[in-house]
Every structure is written in structure tokens, then in C-alpha cells.
Design a protein around this ligand. Structure first.
Ligand code: AQP
Length: 336
């Protein structure tokens, strides 16, 4: 069976270096080997407080970033989750297969809901079931996931397995989706607090390099990135208790297409200022073409909307027969 890759990004703000290195850059590589579905997960974006006046523009921003990173809307599908009703319909059916006990174990809900669990939305709680539906609606076989999404992918497999057992005599009605092996999918950490990942929703813009940042902003953010007072080590083991150094060196290695050890052997023994100077130069040259391409795309929102409309039509055509088969499998009466 040919692999079909499902990837999604939430329109929850301006995309950053973590989204780029950990996801978009790798999506661009995957598309040369596989059939791909690139989804803008706007329904997921509604699970936490958000600004309804910005959601449409942030959706266009993700579409523009997809294109800027080289994703090909002709050979693959770029579309918005909410425009393909099968995601939400299938999520309801899968809600009835998923078990409360499985969802109770999801660590991301615990982290995101924090102490105000009682006040978190039902959407945030059920988010992993919608993610399972996103994937299974197309019988996608592979999903590129960061570490934080692995548990959700396991849950999608559990849901598919139970559905197959309950409604398909254990046959592979839904293939069990697998995690895509990504290249150097480094987890990029906040520039202000290296114990947290770089995030769109971090209140401090100084914590992240945004794909729309200009050269000056990039230089300012890296210069002010938190460091420690020791010189840089020349081996990876010595980075163990130095999260800030590990983050900045990991970034430099990723941007230089080097192994971390190779970067360390070049810059080990030196100070953070040399590391930061090289990192600023690398970032400026990597981000500048993306920034320009995003701005060009955003200058023509009508073209982005047309592209998303076309993607949604093609995605609907793929998902419709699978949804109908699913409804039939669970015994729903289909209008004939
Ligand atoms: N810091 C990161 N390092 C590496 N990869 C990252 N990704 C996100 N942050 C990092 C990857 O980007 C893809 C899209 O992520 P998303 O927008 O769907 O959700 P997220 O992981 O929740 O991203 P953010 O930026 O942290 O958004 P908010 O603040 O809204 O929650 C995923 O493949 C993700 O692994």
C-alpha cells in the first residue's frame, strides 16, 4: 500500500522557528516521497481561548507559510480542517469508540488545562479524538509527529484498533497510522526559558523567532536569548545540564546541516557571543526568503482563499466515501 501522510498545523499565531524546523521544513521533504495531506487545523485552534477576529487571517498565514516553505498544492492537498465536514462527523463516531480512561491519560490535556481542569473546554479534552478523525478520515498511513504528539497518535491507533474489532471483524477497516520518522526533528526551545518549547502562544515574542521577523528582530532576540556563564563545551555529554547552550547549539547545527558533535568541535571552548553571531547570520539568511514569500502570498488573500477552496473540494472528495463506509459499518441508515 502506498503511504499517505497526514500533517497538520494549528492557526494559533505567527509560525516560528520550531514550527519550521520541527514541521514545515520536514513536510517539504516528505512531499517528494509520499502523497501528502497538509491540513490547517482550525477546529483544533478553537479548543483554547482564541480571538475570533483573527482566526481567518491566522489560517491564511499558515497557508502562506506552507507555500513559502515549498509545499506543492497541485501534487498534494492543502486545506482547512473546518472546510471538510468529514473530520467533525467522523470525530463524533470515533468519540463513541474512544474510552474515557484513554482520554484521562492524555498528558497534553493535563498540561494545557493545568489547575483549571473544570473550566477547560470539552473540545480541549476531546481534541485527540478529532486528531484521530483527521487521520482516519483519509485512511492516512503516516503522521509526522513531534514528541508531544506521540501519545495522541498512540490513541488514534487504539481508536482505530477498537473500531476495527467492533465493526469490521478485526479487519483493517482503518489502517493503524504510524509516526513518520522525521530527520533531525530537534525540539526547539524558548529563547527565554529553555525548559519550555518555543510556542506561538508564549506571551513573550522574545521567546521565539517568528517566520515574519526581520533581520533586526532576529539579531535582537538571539542577542537577548538566555545563556549561562560557562564557556561552550566541545562534546554533547557536557550539554546535559545546560539547556540554553543545548538549544542554541542545536539550532546552529540544524541550520548548518551538521551533526551537533561537528558543531561543538568547531565552536567548543569559545563563548556564547561567537555562537550567537554565527546563529544570527544563519537565521537571517534562512528566514529572509521565507519572510518575503509569506508577505507576497499574504498580499493576495483572494488567491490563498481560492487555493484553500480547491484543496477542500479535493479533500472532501477523498473523505466522503470513507465516511459513508464508516457510517454503514456502524449501522447508520444512509439516505439512498
Ligand atoms: N518548539 C518546537 N520545536 C519543534 N517542533 C515544533 N512544533 C511546534 N513547536 C515546536 C511542531 O510544529 C507543528 C505544528 O504545531 P501546531 O501549531 O499544530 O501545534 P503546537 O505543537 O502546539 O505548536 P505551538 O507553536 O506550540 O502552538 P501553540 O502555542 O498554539 O500550542 C507540529 O508538528 C509540532 O510538533
Amino acid at each position: 500500500m502506498r503511504s499517505l501522510v497526514f500533517s497538520a498545523v494549528q492557526p494559533t499565531g505567527v509560525l516560528h522557528l520550531g514550527n519550521y524546523l520541527g514541521a514545515l521544513k520536514q513536510f517539504a521533504q516528505l512531499q517528494s516521497l509520499h502523497d501528502c495531506l497538509f491540513c490547517i487545523a482550525d477546529l483544533h485552534a478553537m479548543t483554547a481561548p482564541y480571538d475570533k477576529n483573527r482566526l481567518a487571517d491566522e489560517t491564511r498565514m499558515v497557508a502562506a507559510a506552507f507555500l513559502a516553505c515549498g509545499l506543492d498544492p497541485k501534487r498534494h492537498l492543502i486545506f482547512c480542517q473546518s472546510a471538510v465536514g468529514a473530520h467533525a462527523e467522523l470525530a463524533w463516531i470515533l468519540n463513541c469508540s474512544a474510552r474515557m480512561g484513554w482520554l484521562e491519560r492524555m498528558t497534553q490535556f493535563k498540561e494545557k488545562a493545568g489547575k483549571s481542569r473544570e473550566r477547560a473546554s470539552v473540545g480541549l479534552y476531546a481534541y485527540p479524538v478529532l486528531m484521530a478523525a483527521d487521520i482516519l478520515a483519509y485512511r492516512a498511513t503516516h503522521v509526522p509527529v513531534g514528541e508531544d504528539q506521540r501519545q495522541h497518535l498512540e490513541l488514534a491507533r487504539d481508536i482505530a484498533r477498537k473500531f476495527n474489532a467492533d465493526f469490521a471483524n478485526g479487519e483493517s477497516f482503518f489502517p493503524l497510522p504510524r509516526a513518520c520518522v522525521m530527520g533531525s526533528a530537534a525540539r526547539v526551545m524558548s529563547l527565554k526559558d529553555a525548559s519550555r518549547k518555543m510556542s506561538k502562544s508564549d506571551l513573550s515574542p522574545m521567546s521565539r523567532i517568528e517566520l515574519t521577523d526581520g533581520d533586526e528582530a532576529i539579531a535582537r532576540k538571539i542577542q537577548r536569548a538566555t545563556t549561562d556563564p560557562a564557556p561552550l563545551p566541545d562534546n554533547e555529554a557536557a550539554l546535559k545540564n545546560r539547556p540554553e547552550a543545548r538549544n542554541l547549539i542545536g539550532l546552529l547545527a540544524a541550520l548548518s546541516s551538521e551533526e551537533t558533535e561537528a558543531t561543538l568541535s568547531r565552536i567548543g571552548g569559545g563563548g556564547f557571543s561567537d555562537l550567537k553571531a554565527e546563529l544570527i547570520a544563519r537565521l537571517q539568511s534562512e528566514i529572509a526568503p521565507l519572510r518575503r514569500a509569506i508577505a507576497e502570498r499574504l498580499a493576495h488573500p483572494e488567491q490563498l482563499d481560492a487555493l484553500l477552496k480547491d484543496g477542500a473540494e479535493r479533500a472532501r472528495a477523498k473523505a466522503r466515501p470513507i465516511l459513508e463506509e464508516t457510517k454503514e459499518a456502524v449501522g447508520l441508515l444512509l439516505p439512498r
